[in-house]
Design a protein. Structure first.
Ligand code: PEP
Ligand code: MN
Length: 335
């Protein structure tokens, strides 16, 4: 349920109404906008008499919210949420953020070389997997803690904040220095992991599961947010369909749908969505045109020798060209 208050209601009146509602066993989420205040009620609202609330003189409207996600719902938080790591690294403020880097961190030379290149091309975050979810147990599993150390070195060298994937809540203490923790597609419904991430105060890049609906995706964001961590970035990375030409099928309509249903920033991963380097540019442009807040793109200094996802990785030169067209489209759109 959401309660929209009339303009100019005093803080004391808001607190009185919130206390009354909380005495009925619900949690009240208060959003202060420039022209209105919205109280979002979370929990069992069956004990609340909608008519008597609507009749109060400070209340403008009361609406039931049908969707099961509340904190992630735009009705509870009409403004866009913005994730800010520093002045140069912001997601959701109307700019286009680019997170770029290799699928896996392989060694110091590799991650530092890629970091410097993508920074020069305009990327604002560095990605790199340290704990890798691989289909086969016989393939490279990532450098784990050492991979995170190397990302930290690359950050020292370039200033780029680092984004890396977590696979288990038992590894959380190794992510203290990480700027944005990624939850990969395979873990989108690892609810115990999501609950742990709800207890920390770090932005989470949540990837859509391989075969999950938009509502399931938002419910996973809700798991993190309901624990108290509201800094969630949604990532559309392609879904499983009958098509085999591409690695996955980019669900481009998920971008405007998520932006409509939720206030959370939305980024697109054209690398995992397509699995094909030449598709990264058109899919990136489509994502920007559809309203994405950012892109996450795999770049490797020597894709042919990459220990994971080399086939879909761009060279730094190819990335540079694509970054230029992304920024010029964004400029042309005037948004
Ligand atoms: C990745 O970002 O390297 C990755 C494993 O992505 P996804 O979880 O989307 O497959
Ligand atoms: Mn990858």
């Amino acid at each position: 349920m959401i309660i929209v208050l009339k303009q100019g209601v005093s803080q004391q009146k808001i607190e009185e109404l919130s206390a009354h509602l909380e005495s009925k066993g619900v949690k009240v989420n208060t959003w202060f906008g420039t022209s209105k205040t919205v109280l979002g009620l979370i929990g069992d609202t069956s004990g609340i008499d909608i008519e008597s609330i609507a009749a109060q003189d400070i209340v403008e409207t009361v609406k039931r919210v049908q969707e099961p996600y509340k904190k992630a719902n735009r009705k509870f938080h009409p403004d866009n949420s913005v994730i800010k790591i520093n002045e140069n690294a912001v997601i959701g403020d109307g700019s286009i953020a680019i997170i770029a880097g290799p699928c896996s961190v392989e060694n110091k030379e590799q991650i530092c070389a890629v970091a410097q290149k993508v920074k020069a091309s305009g990327a604002t975050f560095l990605r790199g997997g340290a704990f890798k979810p691989r289909t086969s147990p016989y393939t490279f599993q990532g450098l784990r803690a050492e991979g995170i150390e190397l990302l930290i070195e690359a950050r020292k060298m370039t200033g780029l904040p680092i984004v890396t994937e977590i696979m288990s809540p038992t590894h959380l203490d190794q992510f203290e220095e990480v700027d944005i923790i990624q939850v990969g597609a395979r873990n989108m419904q690892n609810f115990e992991l999501l609950k742990e991430l709800g207890r920390i105060k770090k932005p989470i890049l949540l990837k859509r599961g391989l075969a999950n609906t938009i509502e399931e995706f938002l419910m996973s964001a809700e798991y993190i947010m309901s624990g108290g961590n509201e800094q969630v970035i949604l990532c559309e990375r392609g879904i499983r369909t009958f098509e085999t030409y591409t690695r996955n099928t980019l669900d481009i309509s998920a971008v405007p749908i998520l932006k409509r249903l939720s206030h959370l920033p939305v980024v697109v991963d054209p690398s995992h969505a397509s699995g094909i380097p030449w598709l990264v540019e058109p899919l990136s442009l489509a994502a920007v045109a559809a309203g994405a807040d950012g892109l996450i793109i795999e770049v490797h200094n020597d894709p042919q020798k990459a220990l994971s996802d080399g086939a879909q990785s761009l060279t730094p030169d190819a990335f540079d060209k694509i970054a230029k067209s992304i920024f010029s489209l964004k400029k042309a759109l005037g948004s």
